[in-house]
Design a protein around this ligand. Structure first.
Ligand SMILES: *[C@@H]1O[C@H](CO)[C@@H](O)[C@H](O)[C@H]1NC(C)=O
Ligand SMILES: *[C@@H]1O[C@H](CO)[C@@H](O)[C@H](O)[C@H]1NC(C)=O
Ligand SMILES: *[C@@H]1O[C@H](CO)[C@@H](O)[C@H](O)[C@H]1NC(C)=O
Length: 373
């Protein structure tokens, strides 16, 4: 058989001629994909948004981690929100959002888009105009047509409606709800489905990472949309958690399963786990355990498709600005060494425990680069 003599020579020649094309950074995205998830991502922002941290010198090192293969997906932390995309009525601006979208494209990451209809970070006029149901409907449709239209074809997921619920599971009394009732949720999903039919459409919220009235409320929204034949593909569990908090692995599994049992996919969309400053051996160990729990739950429930952390670098995190006295919520300290939680996540991603649940979302979505190939 002459092939046996020819093939080894050819392979050897190829090996010495060029580096292995499959060489991958063995980072969080690598381990997530090996565990059957579609991606492990990090939110990021424009340097303009990060300047408040006054850390210009860190940008090069930050960008190397952000775009260098550690992550397979990204989300603009702020840039696609209403405040930036339609700061004045009918005036659209995509500079901030495009920064993250263009870098995702350039570096082969998939893009989770965030967020079309949310009560917070709105253009000021949204809370000032005396809307009638008719004018507010037109405003919502125009906003979604312009923003989702601009990003059409680029978004793996869209968070269509964000944080529509109070902690007790009733609707939040936002300007949208006060004028339109739950109709605004249907209108937003219907419009997004028409404008970007290929994006997976998500309802996104916090405090739905464990079973609660609010978690039931999110399931109610899903059923309401489904009953009317309106497309919804997934529920996003934000995952802004605390190291000291008591949520267990089993509680995360139960909450995720409550959604995948509805034949939905689930993503952990804004994960960060803050602690009371200063960071100590004790609270960093607690933080590691909590990161392991939620990542482990996502790995173990079929239909949980991916995880996004809400920036990986502590100095660029929103936490110290929003929760005074708390911080160190990410995975990289200011000096670019990693938290013990980083190793905890790798442990959770390499845990061989068999998946539970009947979801079917896993492993079927866009892998790294496939969106842009
Ligand atoms: C659009 O947004 C960018 C970034 O925030 C800003 O620098 C620019 O001035 C805005 N453009 C207009 C026309 O307002
Ligand atoms: C980096 O910062 C962390 C947190 O402040 C600290 O615990 C660690 O010792 C530092 N490592 C180096 C190499 O400076
Ligand atoms: C793996 O998962 C199982 C089941 O959830 C859990 O009990 C165990 O502690 C995990 N092991 C590691 C090393 O994380």
């Amino acid at each position: 058989m002459h092939l046996t003599t020819v093939v080894p020579v050819t392979l050897a020649a190829l090996a010495s001629a060029k580096p292995c094309p499959d060489e991958k950074v063995k980072g969080l995205d690598y381990y997530a994909k090996k565990a059957g998830l579609q991606y492990f991502g990090s939110a990021t922002d424009t340097p303009g948004q990060r300047e408040r941290a006054g850390l210009d010198a860190a940008y090069a090192q930050y960008d190397k981690i952000m775009w260098g293969g550690e992550f397979g997906s990204t989300t603009p932390t702020n840039g696609q929100k209403w405040l930036f995309t339609e700061p004045q009525q009918g005036v659209f601006n995509f500079t901030e959002g495009d920064y993250t979208a263009n870098n995702a494209k350039k570096h082969g990451l998939s893009l989770r888009c965030h967020a079309l209809v949310w009560h917070n970070q709105l253009g000021e006029y949204v809370n000032q105009v005396q809307w009638t149901p008719e004018t507010l409907r037109a405003q919502i449709v125009s906003h979604i047509e312009n923003v989702a239209g601009h990003y059409k074809g680029q978004c793996n997921h869209w968070d269509v409606v964000n944080e529509a619920l109070e902690e007790d599971g009733t609707y939040r009394k936002s300007v949208f709800y006060n004028v339109l009732g739950e109709e605004y949720i249907k209108l937003a999903f219907k419009t997004a489905a028409r404008v970007d039919p290929k994006a997976k459409l998500y309802y996104n919220d916090y405090s739905i990472e464990w079973p609660s009235k609010k978690t039931e409320g999110a399931a109610r929204i899903v059923k309401m949309l489904r009953d009317e034949g309106i497309k919804i593909d997934g529920v996003g569990l934000q995952g802004h958690l605390t190291a000291e908090g008591g949520v267990t692995l089993d509680q995360h599994i139960a909450a995720i399963k409550s959604f995948t049992d509805l034949d939905l996919e689930v993503a952990v969309t804004e994960l960060d786990i803050r602690l009371q400053e200063p960071a100590t051996t004790t609270n960093l160990a607690q933080q590691k355990e909590k990161y392991k729990n939620i990542v482990g739950a996502c790995v173990q429930v079929k239909g949980c498709v991916g995880i996004t952390i809400w920036d990986f670098y502590d100095p660029f995190s929103w936490v110290p600005y929003f929760f005074p006295g708390e911080g160190a919520a990410g995975l990289w300290f200011a000096n670019f060494t990693t938290h013990p939680a980083y190793d905890g996540i790798v442990e959770a991603l390499t845990n061989k425990t068999a998946p539970v649940g009947k979801g079917k979302g896993k492993g079927k979505g866009p892998g790294k680069r496939s969106l842009w190939a």
